[in-house]
Write a protein that binds this ligand. Structure first.
Ligand code: GLA
Length: 389
């Protein structure tokens, strides 16, 4: 758990370093969190339901407006300054600044007039772990551009534009979950997102529980092609049912015709249809404060992702099995796109530290890998915070 003091240290740093770098104080600082998804995996691009929360790990961006169209952004994590002009945006594949340029492109493309700024950025969301450090950078940049150009902030509209930046500028075909949660999260709550209507509902975590992120310390290549393949299989399944998306197919409709479906497509569809149901049941359980039920739905979600959707990995399975066997653990599952990265567990709050220690030790013994474990607090979405003076 991160104390207020630690959080303040992170805030102060870009502030002071901004002063050093640009010889003046920043006008404001932005905090844009990472996220973890409690349940509802691979449902967002099927117009379904997801239940993520924002993390108390974030990207921090100190900003001062410029009166020309230039953006000068120094990343403390990459030790590099990116400079570009809003009138001449061009792509540099694979560079961290593409997320910022993509946002500038998407907003200008939507008809907004932007102006330049200079900034210093630093984050403690692990990169490449499936905790949406990229959506955090996108929304931090979006908040900077909109604040500098005095564009009203509408979380849903901003999330959609950030998704467009990622899809069309960066070239990653993600759904809308990550940008929505970073834009619209509420502290101490998970957020039920209907990925069709984009309506949201904040749902409190059951009292006395803690959410723990279990990073397997594995990263897989080719995630993008496997992800796109799953998307196509889901579209194929929806077409079979004559539905706009798998969101529209109920378990009854599925069961009635399941034998006629291609076996692989059948498994993919079964995951999405059952996972959407689990999300709604999870919300009902949380409303009752029923941590045990929420945990068992998370366990079922893992099996469905492993067996039907085939996006888990041996390390994720080992991590989830270790977590589930701990006293005080209500449930655990892989989270995010899969194939590597993180699992998430719901545990009794007073056992969280022991849980983290034991899980670390056992995972290390079984895999020879050193995991990273974070006990997290549900944070608010992207925001402009006042300067710590
Ligand atoms: C990635 C994507 C999301 C979502 C998840 C799987 O995180 O960015 O849009 O599809 O995978 O639930």
């Amino acid at each position: 758990m991160k104390s207020d003091i630690e959080a303040e240290v992170v805030i102060r740093e870009p502030d002071n370093l901004f002063q050093d770098r640009f010889d003046a104080p920043p006008h404001f600082i932005i905090r844009a969190p990472g996220r973890v998804n409690l349940i509802g995996e691979h449902t967002d691009y099927n117009d379904g339901f997801v239940l993520p929360l924002a993390l108390d790990r974030a990207v921090w961006l100190a900003v001062r407006p410029r009166d020309d169209g230039e953006v000068r952004l120094h990343s403390l994590d990459f030790g590099e300054t990116a400079v570009f002009h809003l009138n001449h945006l061009y792509q540099e594949e694979g560079h961290w600044s593409e997320y910022v340029k993509g946002v500038a492109w998407a907003w200008q493309n939507a008809g907004y007039t932007l102006s330049g700024w200079e900034g210093v950025m630093q984050g403690d969301v692990p990169v490449g772990a499936g905790l949406s450090s990229s959506a955090a950078v996108e929304l931090a940049a979006a908040r900077a551009f909109t604040a500098v150009a005095r564009i009203p902030w509408n979380p849903t509209r901003m999330a959609l534009l950030a998704q467009k930046a990622e899809n069309e500028w960066v070239g990653v075909n993600c759904g809308v979950m990550d940008q929505m949660i970073v834009a619209a999260a509420q502290a101490d709550h998970a957020l039920l997102i209907d990925c069709r209507s984009l309506e949201t509902e904040a749902v409190p975590l059951p009292g006395g529980t803690a959410v723990v992120i279990l990073d397997t310390a594995t990263r897989r290549g080719l995630v993008a092609s496997a992800y796109n393949e799953r998307r196509r299989q889901c579209e194929q399944a929806a077409a079979f049912f004559g539905a706009a998306a798998l969101r529209d197919v109920t378990m009854e409709m599925f069961t009635a015709v399941a034998p006629q479906l291609d076996p692989l497509i059948r498994r993919r569809a079964r995951h999405v249809i059952s996972e959407n149901q689990r999300v709604l049941e999870a919300v009902a359980a949380m409303r009752r404060g029923d941590a045990a039920k929420l945990g068992s739905l998370m366990n079922e979600s893992h099996l469905s992702l492993r067996d039907d959707f085939a996006v888990s990995s041996p390390e994720l399975d080992v991590m989830v099995a270790i977590a589930q066997a701990q006293p005080g653990c209500y449930g655990a599952r892989m989270t995010g796109a899969g194939f590597g990265g993180c699992a998430v567990a719901l545990v009794r709050g007073d056992t969280a530290v022991t849980f983290a220690q034991t899980t670390t030790r056992q995972y290390q013994q079984k895999t020879n890998l050193k995991p990273n474990i974070y006990i997290c607090q549900a944070a608010a979405g992207v925001e402009i915070i006042s300067l710590p003076r």
